[in-house]
Design a protein around this ligand. Sequence first.
Ligand SMILES: C[S@@+](CC[C@H](N)C(=O)[O-])C[C@H]1O[C@@H](n2cnc3c(N)ncnc32)[C@H](O)[C@@H]1O
Length: 258
Amino acid sequence: MERRKVRGHYEELASEYDEHWVYGSHYVPWMAGQITEALELGPSDRIADVGSGTGLFAREVADQLQPCSPILCIDPSEAMLSQLGTQPPAGLMAIVASAEDIAEGRTRLPYEQLDAMWLKESVHHVADPERTLRGLADRLALGGRMLVVMLPTTIQYPLFKAALARFEELQPDPAVIEGYLRSAGLEASVRFVEHELRISRDKYLGMVRARYMSLLSTFSDSEIEEGIDEMKVAHPENELVFPDRFAFVLARRRGQST
Ligand SMILES: C[S@@+](CC[C@H](N)C(=O)[O-])C[C@H]1O[C@@H](n2cnc3c(N)ncnc32)[C@H](O)[C@@H]1O
């Protein structure tokens, strides 16, 4: 998806983004706990969430961790970041910048180096992930950790067939991301974590209509409506239950932090 279209997509989605995830689900605290554990976060770490969106997950991590220095919520979409409020909550700091801006040093961070950073479902928006991840890796202190949370190359969401097929065309492979992190000089590994999503069918159809995934922005209004009709036939049940599976690509810069 072109950069301009990506930005437009998130401008439109920003005000309702969080609603898609908070409704009757333990998903946000669960995911925040997984991120905290994988990155071995401690309160004294200098932390960034790159492509943080509305800060939904950073907020939960900050609540759980009570960090000494604010978690940097970095995102190129002002509309998404503005959901943090004009006065971001304690433990968070908003920075309008892309991953590339940080990687290339165009935007300076308040911390000289980072002990931990994560990119959750934002790496697919980065134009040249190899170069950008290398630049981000250079921002890590010795012993610093980076976590890329991304969907696998195939998903079992109850979407219409054309959407699933397009997802498979567009989604980067976590193994390739792992390779980029290794060639950036980090130790890297991939594992998968899974969470069962239960969601009312009507709510999910509404999310598809609102194009809750950026991939759905590649379909016209009439294609979305046709897709929704297809989903209604394939899923007559009132509640949709499906696995949300994520790749956790975890990398570490060798050496001991000082
Ligand atoms: C699917 S949302 C994920 C937001 C958040 N990480 C979450 O999981 O709720 C993708 C986010 O990536 C941001 N984004 C788009 N292009 C980006 C880039 N080049 N660098 C960093 N973030 C980007 C979008 O503005 C959007 O907020």
